[in-house]
Design a binder for this molecule. Structure first.
Ligand code: FES
Length: 168
């Protein structure tokens, strides 16, 4: 394998060949048990630093980890008011990356509506958090595959129970 091939296969950031291929699929980015409403988590997937968090309504977000105001890392923030609040000046971002509160602005200000952090679509299935990091319409979420695995286990279990029942 030459250097070019190695680079092509191992670089996964935005705009790279392997990265764009992987971004066409839902990817497991964490376990449900890893995040709580108290503790956001910095993660790195496909060469991108991201913040994984759960808001007080139980929704999961995977967003750009730095505040659009002064670049403060949002993992120092706390979860409240429908999102994560930056520890510096209190801007709040929801799980879709939208800025939903700016305490320093007048109540009539609509400036927050212009502020959005990059956010990826997330699904939580079977204790696993899946993210779609690509553009456009995502493919079907792996719930089908996961359900099939679960169903196969249940079918196996049912068949085992039946066999025991029949033989006794
Ligand atoms: S740096 Fe986040 S609100 Fe100012």
């Amino acid at each position: 394998m030459d250097l070019h091939e190695n680079e092509m296969l191992t670089r996964v950031g935005p705009g790279t060949a392997a990265g764009e291929t992987l971004r066409k699929y839902w990817l497991p980015v964490g376990f449900s048990s890893e995040i709580s409403c108290e503790m956001p988590k910095l993660v790195r997937w496909l060469g991108e630093d991201l913040l994984l968090f759960r808001d007080e309504f139980g929704r999961v977000g995977l967003i750009h980890p730095y505040c659009a105001h002064r670049g403060t890392s949002l993992d120092y923030g706390w979860i409240e008011a429908g999102g994560i609040r930056c520890c510096y000046h209190g801007w709040v971002y929801d799980v879709n990356g939208r800025c939903i509160e700016q305490p320093g602005e007048p109540a009539s200000s609509t400036f927050k509506d212009k502020i959005t952090l990059k956010a990826y679509r997330v699904r939580e299935l079977g204790g696993i958090i899946w993210a779609y990091m690509g553009a456009g319409v995502p493919p079907r979420c792996p719930i089908i595959i996961f359900s099939c695995v679960t169903m196969a286990s249940e079918i196996t279990l049912v068949m085992s129970v039946s066999a025991i029942t029949c033989s006794s």
